[in-house]
Design a protein around this ligand. Structure first.
Ligand code: NAD
Length: 308
């Protein structure tokens, strides 16, 4: 299968690398020139839970024009860059191309659909975790299932083919048609964990060691669940608060991606996570005071110059 990954950071390199390692023709497309050069010269280094390896079969580029039309395009930029990245990815997309997003937050599938058409978009969630170590190197931090589904009912078996290609690469993958339920389910974990860890500097598991952060986690998730209910979204997890707490325990020593972004001085995904709940709540007449405070605090920290 000919595959392009748009946004070859921690997650893009993980999926791209593993898919390339089993014989797919994979191209990484990223704006980071040094990263692209190191991958082309020395290969992509993956260490961590799936074993240590250097993948030299993979190609990287800053221009989608170099790649041409692909069977599958995987979008793995941060949600803040989705719209722009997909506009620049047009040379990758032909009549039979499918575009997959496994990004966190709300609105990615919709933003991609605006550029390529809803019928080409598949979306889902991933339980894998990955960390960028530097140019050309990532650490596979944790693994779990990938669940994907179409935005509109599908007429062919292209999704099953993608599923098979992912399985062959060691990425456990299943198809589920309730895409929005999947995205909102994962969103609950990001709602409960990311902003709170970014503001407090706590690791995921530590959120449950303080009554104050535990209460805020519960309230933020309950607000999001109410927004989902009013919107008519059936979230997979019956008890989202219990689910988010179980994620905190399973990933107890992780520093969330939003905490990492804040520490690096990078822009976070707050607007498509807690901020999206506030916006949807406003639209639907659901009160979301805790998510609003969390959003405003993270936006303030984003604007503040880094200490030192
Ligand atoms: P990252 O910051 O490591 O990688 C993003 C990459 O996109 C960078 O290499 C950057 O140079 C590139 N980029 C930025 N603008 C671009 C553009 N216009 N065109 C092409 N490339 C561009 O991010 P990540 O951690 O891999 O996360 C990607 C998405 O996956 C996010 O939505 C995140 O929430 C989600 N996610 C991350 C993890 C994780 O463990 N890292 C797990 C699950 C989901």
């Amino acid at each position: 299968m000919k595959i392009a990954v748009v946004g070859a950071g921690a997650m893009g390199c993980l999926y791209g690398g593993l898919l390339s390692d089993v014989g797919n023709q994979v191209f990484l497309v990223d704006v980071w020139q040094e990263h692209v050069d190191v991958i082309n010269q020395k290969g992509l280094s993956i260490s961590g839970v799936s074993g240590d390896r250097r993948i030299t079969s993979i190609r990287a580029t800053t221009s989608a024009m170099d790649v041409g039309i692909c069977d599958l395009v995987i979008v793995f930029v941060k949600s803040t860059a989705t719209r722009l990245a997909v506009q620049h990815a047009q040379p990758l997309i032909g009549a039979d191309t499918l575009v997959l997003t496994l990004q966190n937050g709300l609105g990615n599938a919709e933003a991609i659909s605006e550029s390529v058409g809803e019928d080409k978009v598949i979306a889902g969630v991933t339980a894998h975790g990955s960390t960028l170590l530097g140019p050309g190197a990532i650490r596979h931090a944790g693994q779990g299932p990938t669940v994907i589904g179409p935005l509109v009912p599908r007429q062919d078996n292209r999704l099953e083919k993608i599923c098979t290609a992912f399985q062959q690469a060691g990425l456990e993958t299943i198809v589920d048609d309730n895409v929005m339920g999947l995205i909102w389910g994962k969103l609950m974990a990001n709602i409960g964990i990311n902003a709170l860890t970014a503001i407090t500097g706590l690791q995921n598991g530590e959120l449950l060691q303080y009554a104050e952060t535990e209460e805020l986690l519960e309230k933020a998730v309950q607000e999001a669940r109410e927004v989902a209910r009013v919107k008519g979204i059936t979230v997979k997890e019956e008890d989202p608060v219990a689910y988010v707490k179980s994620v905190c325990r399973k990933t107890a020593e992780n520093r969330s991606s939003m905490l990492q972004d804040i520490t690096r001085g990078s822009r976070t995904e707050i607007d498509v996570i807690n901020g999206a709940i506030v916006a949807e709540g406003l639209r639907l007449g659901v009160e979301t005071p805790v998510n609003r405070v969390l959003t405003l605090l993270v936006r303030t920290i984003e604007k503040k110059p880094l200490a030192g």
